[in-house]
Ligand binder design. Structure first.
Ligand code: PHE
Length: 351
């Protein structure tokens, strides 16, 4: 190759290149052009590589032309690049405009689950009576769940059939066996051990028992525990408190009835029924006898007071525990408590 033909080649390459740049219709095509002419194996580069074969003077001249060609193409590509970029931005702005006149999509609002609503309603009633909310762990020590509550080692509630054991050291009960609490009563112990009387607390929470799920049982359920310890607390105070709660919760004309019962941690103990709202105590399909059982209660057993370091000669107290699922199903006539936990929206949305 000689000087003249190299320079002619370069001029031809320049013409072709300029046309190719002009014709590039997007950035990708433009980049292909750049590679084709100016890349490592590009056309201009190829000519530059032959310079070595030329004599000094020729090499100088051809080299100069080659550089001019390269610079011209580079600047052509640069301005085309700018033009295409601007066009692409304009195109995106045009196609991606947001039509702010479109109506918005309405967010889906949820609401409190029926059980949570009831827990709030019940705790609010007791807060109104001067009680404070207390909480305790769901994974509990045997000591708090049973022993400190005066529940003897051979009590049936302690058997493997009734209690979920997380850690059981041996067949014999031990204070540091770990259980899922079977009721909210251990919160009584934790609160009394952490403060001096007077105590007025309400403790809502989950409890667990090894029940097979059926219309009236689920292995997890909710309880609300109440505890009042002060000077001169009597069974009459318990009854009055529960009557006031019943009026606020179920309505003015509902009555309560206390039946003697047994709990290891209260003495005397009672089961408490509320008169049926449907038949007003006459007896109907929902209640059978006219009365619905809603909670367990009693005077705090002196053994429990001694266990937490209180003096039963100075203070006395009452405690009660109610099943939230039970109360809610009685209020709304829900026939199967498993419905609370199936998350069927047709059910959940009704409340
Ligand atoms: N803890 C008892 C239960 O789960 C209920 C109860 C609480 C009874 C407080 C008396 C006093 O059945």
């Amino acid at each position: 190759m000689n000087n003249v033909s190299s320079q002619a080649d370069l001029q031809r390459i320049l013409k072709e290149g300029e046309t190719a740049v002009l014709q590039a219709s997007n950035l990708k095509e433009l980049d292909d052009v750049r590679v084709e002419y100016l890349g490592k194996k590009g056309k201009v580069t190829a000519v530059l590589k032959t310079l070595g074969q030329l004599s000094g003077e020729e090499r100088k001249e051809t080299g100069k032309v080659a550089n001019e060609v390269r610079q011209k193409l580079e600047s052509d590509i640069a301005s085309k690049h700018e033009e295409l970029t601007r066009a692409e931005v304009a195109e995106r702005l045009a196609t991606e405009t947001i039509d702010i006149t479109l109506p918005g999509r309405e967010p889906v609002y949820g609401h409190r689950h029926l059980i949570s609503q009831a827990i709030k309603q019940i705790t609010d009633i007791f807060i109104g009576l001067g009680y404070k909310v207390a909480e305790g762990p769901e994974i509990e020590l045997d000591y708090y769940n049973f022993k400190a509550l005066n529940t003897p080692a051979d009590h049936p509630a302690r058997t493997l059939q009734d209690t979920f054991y997380i850690k059981k050291h041996s067949v014999q009960p031990a204070d540091d066996d770990i259980v899922l609490r079977t009721h909210t009563s251990p919160v009584q112990i934790r609160v009394m051990k952490s403060q001096q009387p007077p105590v007025y607390i309400i403790a809502p929470g989950r409890a667990f028992r090894r029940d097979v799920a059926d219309p009236s049982h689920t292995p997890m359920f909710h309880q609300i525990e109440g505890l009042a310890v002060d000077k001169h607390i009597t069974f009459g105070d318990l009854k009055g408190t529960l009557e006031e709660f019943t009026r606020q919760m179920f309505g003015k004309d509902r009555k309560i009835r206390l039946r003697p019962h047994f709990f290891p941690f209260t003495e005397p103990s009672a089961e408490v029924d509320v008169s049926c709202g449907i038949c007003s105590g006459m007896g109907c399909r929902l209640c059978g006898s006219g009365w619905l059982e809603v909670l367990g209660a009693g005077m705090v057993d002196p053994n429990v007071l001694i266990e937490v370091g209180y003096n039963p000669e100075e203070v006395s107290g009452f405690a009660f525990g109610m099943g939230v699922e039970r109360i809610v199903s009685l209020m709304y006539g829900i026939p199967d408590i498993r419905m609370f936990y199936e998350n069927d929206m047709r059910f959940v949305k009704q409340f």
